[in-house]
Design a binder for this molecule. Sequence first.
Ligand code: F6P
Length: 551
Amino acid sequence: MREGAEVRSAWAALEAHHREIEGLHLRELFARDPNRFAELSVEACGIFMDFSKGRLTRGTLDLLGRLADAVDLRGWVERMFAGHPVNGTEGRAALHVALRNRGSEPIVVQGQDVMPEVNEVLARMARLSEAVRHGDWKGYTGKAIRSVVNIGIGGSDLGPAMVATALAAYGRPDLTGHFVSNLDGTDLAETLARVDPETTLFVIESKTFTTQETLTNARSARAWLVSRLGDERAVARHFVAVSTSAERVREFGIDLENMFGFWDWVGGRYSVWSAIGLPVAILVGMDRFERLLAGAHAMDEHFRTAPWTENLPAILGLLRVWYANLFGAPTHAVLPYDYALRLLPAYLQQLEMESNGKRVTRDGLPVTRPTSAVVWGAPGNNGQHAFYQLLHQGTRLVPADFIVAIEAQHELPGHQEGVLANALAQTEALMRGRSEEEARAELAAAGLAGEVLDAAVPHRVLPGNQPTTTLVYQRLTPEVLGALVALYEHEVFVQSVVWGINAFDQWGVELGKQLARVIQPELLPGAQVSGHDASTAGLIALVRRRRPLAR
Ligand code: F6P
């Protein structure tokens, strides 16, 4: 569908407004409006969001709200929550919100209320996780479980790994979690070296149960366990599976008693709220996992009901559009000043880039504007000593989210004040920079003069004017984490609606998988190789020549 007149006029108004304010420095915007912080900050579900250090005015927000209305964001939100097939290319709903629907409201997909099934799986997760935690679930030799090894990739790894890491403060020292995802056997081998087969539970997670990486790792883990415990029957006490395909789980050799299901209306990157969260429930307890769901549900309700200009996901998503499309920013940084969130940037890379890295609209027409930014990041404090130089003095506009916990999850004195001071200092430095006069004055005060001072000045000037958004919460409780992740899920959806794309499919990842299936047998000695470009054919030949013969 081509853009209607209302949408075109909302974009035109934004473009005209952008021309008016793009030349303004953030220092100037702060000087002009003493209420800027109060006007450009909102709080909901335990998360305070300050976007006053963004390259915008209150008027920008109103114009972005107008764009949201023009693209019928409200209608799309309602359709998603109501279980309509918003994932058009796969004819599916995208109902991660049902997984954390802690109210009593039914959610209907194709005429059927999905809530009883959702609640039944949650009850089974509670039973298994409590049995493991209480030592009632015994391994094959009668010992309690001490290590949980999750085997999965993409959404079946990044979600549970990120959440389990974020909530590690709620864990127990006698129960450790490991996350194996990479096809390179080093990942699994290193993990197996750290665990004891008698006390290890493998959780094999795959929505499709066809994923090469996961099935290869799962087979190797199974062979390792059987060889160590000396009996095939041990598998039933040491392997559970989470998948939408009972048939493939059975074929693999895992008893359906030990399988936890979910549904095709849960996207892989949106699945941590389903039984894919099982390792989290085991490691931190089902009560904490349910608190995570409750936090996400609170954000869902906020997203659904708050006006756009007070709505955290809407503002965050519309700001992304503002920077990507009006300022042409190609990347977006995520910088958590909370070490427990160190896996969040990787998690958000999948969430944002697999969802919105698209080039055609829902109707298959080419998009008319750039879509998802390249999302990247690292824990804030480490990043300061690595890539922040480019943010301060490079030539690119890099919008960034700073994610800040007020209270730490540890008792060590003297750390948290430093973390907080650094987070706030960086947003201030990125906003104001250092002018030539300031640089001159500082160098003069340090005793430099004349030509030496003149030569030093350009290297000390920082332009500032880098937009940042600061998300602040008290402490990383399960509720806050749930709200934070749901906030990001919805801001991704907001962007997809503005661009008219489907955020819930990922057809682009298939070609590489198809080609790998062709190339793998071609690597064997004597195999026919055909149909490749000169580079790929040359590399196949090189690998074949130099590869030691199969052991
Ligand atoms: O190849 C991409 C992808 O399909 C992701 O969308 C998904 O999260 C991941 O692979 C793993 O898929 P599965 O859970 O089916 O193994």
